[in-house]
Ligand binder design. Structure first.
Ligand SMILES: NC(=O)c1ccc[n+]([C@@H]2O[C@H](COP(=O)([O-])OP(=O)(O)OC[C@H]3O[C@@H](n4cnc5c(N)ncnc54)[C@H](OP(=O)(O)O)[C@@H]3O)[C@@H](O)[C@H]2O)c1
Length: 346
């Protein structure tokens, strides 16, 4: 636990090398053609915030195709888009679990030209694995992993032909490091990471970039849906000890983590914007520097025991200290935001 607070607050030099600093961003300067950016899952959260951020770009570098599976949920985006609606932002239907829906959407874009694909649509899942139905596990993979595969199958061949393009994938820190009661969700993001890591090699040969965005907790509908599902879950197949850990410990702990470390979708959109406009986009990019030392433990010990033991101790043996560390992290997050606001206003 002490280890946890120490690595978070005072990351040793070997951990600091993992933070990415951007080379100069692309300056459109008004003479570059606007790039078509297709974003999935724009009815709420990160997708909505990113679609707005890109469409409001001062340099007008993007035409945003903001997609969602259910157009009846487009009111929030329409209301916030204001004047950019139907100028730099258009809304289209796309369900990532349906190849036909993806094809229809891409076919409706002039010359099928998707310069930047942002694979953002996704869903979460928490709870004891023995309480989850195979159908719901498969549905999650169909969205989080196979959805990405379908989209890539649709746009990657065109990008290779044009010898340019950028595939930006909303992964998660849980695609790098597993977490208690997040077994299935984490597995889906590990699948995403492995897929992209392999594909990136081929993509590079064709001048196509792939970037994995890895947020920590983000305060969106995602969190609300998780707790709602947890409240309605049939837990009758789990034993009492497991249930106690999940209900009495994990759910409270998870809320505290979101509370202490949670970023806003706008913050994640801002980071993603940097990746999209970078001349040399990073392959991996974590949006929350407070979380980076935790994922880095993994690289410090190839046996895997260091992060496993650190998490085990922090959760099951030193939970009071763990909560105290969260309060410290909350304060650091608040100070980081305050400094960012100050820098913006000066
Ligand atoms: N929030 C976090 O803590 C967090 C942390 C790390 C990574 N992420 C990742 O960030 C991404 C966005 O999540 P968020 O936090 O913005 O959550 P969110 O507010 O719940 O947004 C998820 C979006 O995905 C859409 N979606 C779900 N299934 C879909 C499908 N079959 N086809 C098309 N769209 C579909 C949802 O549409 P509906 O409204 O129709 O359901 C919604 O627009 C996800 O990939 C998530 O795994 C989130």
């Amino acid at each position: 636990m002490v280890l946890f607070s120490c690595v978070c607050v005072f990351p040793p030099p070997f951990l600091r090398i993992f933070s990415y600093s951007f080379p100069p961003s692309l300056s459109a300067g008004g003479n570059m053609a606007a790039r078509n950016v297709l974003v999935t899952g724009c009815s709420s959260g990160i997708g909505l915030a990113l679609a707005l951020r890109l469409a409001r770009d001062e340099l007008k570098r993007f035409r945003v195709i903001a997609t969602m599976r259910n157009l009846e949920k487009s009111q929030a985006l329409k209301r916030q888009a204001g004047p950019v609606l139907d100028t730099t932002l258009e809304i289209k239907e796309l369900d990532v679990t349906c190849q036909e829906s993806i094809r229809q959407c891409v076919d409706s874009i002039p010359q099928r030209r998707v310069d930047v694909l942002v694979n953002n649509a996704g869903m979460g899942m928490i709870g004891p694995v023995e309480s989850q139905s195979m159908a719901s596990i498969q549905r999650l993979f169909d969205t989080n992993f196979f959805g990405l595969v379908r989209l890539v199958q649709e746009v990657f061949p065109d990008m290779k032909r044009r010898r340019q393009g950028h595939i930006v994938v909303m992964s998660s820190v849980l695609g790098l490091q597993g977490l208690l009661f997040n077994d299935v969700y984490s597995a889906s993001k590990f699948a995403v990471e492995g897929f992209c890591e392999s594909l990136a090699l081929q993509a590079l040969k064709f001048g196509v970039n792939i970037s994995l965005i890895e947020p920590g907790p983000v305060t969106t509908e995602f969190e609300r849906k998780l707790y709602e599902e947890a409240a309605n879950m049939d837990l009758s197949t789990a034993d009492k000890e497991t249930l106690d850990i999940f209900q009495d410990f994990y759910l409270n702990y998870s809320k505290d983590v979101f509370n202490a470390l949670g970023q806003s979708p706008e913050e994640v959109a801002e980071h993603t914007m940097k990746v999209i406009t970078s001349e040399n986009p990073p392959f991996r990019y974590q949006t929350n520097s407070l979380y980076t030392p935790i994922t880095t433990l993994k690289h410090a010990d190839p046996s895997g025991n260091l992060p496993l033991n650190a998490f085990h101790q922090m959760i099951f043996q030193h939970d009071r200290l763990f909560k105290a560390s969260l309060s410290l992290l909350k304060m650091l997050q608040w100070r980081k935001r305050r400094d960012m606001d100050y820098n913006k206003s000066t």
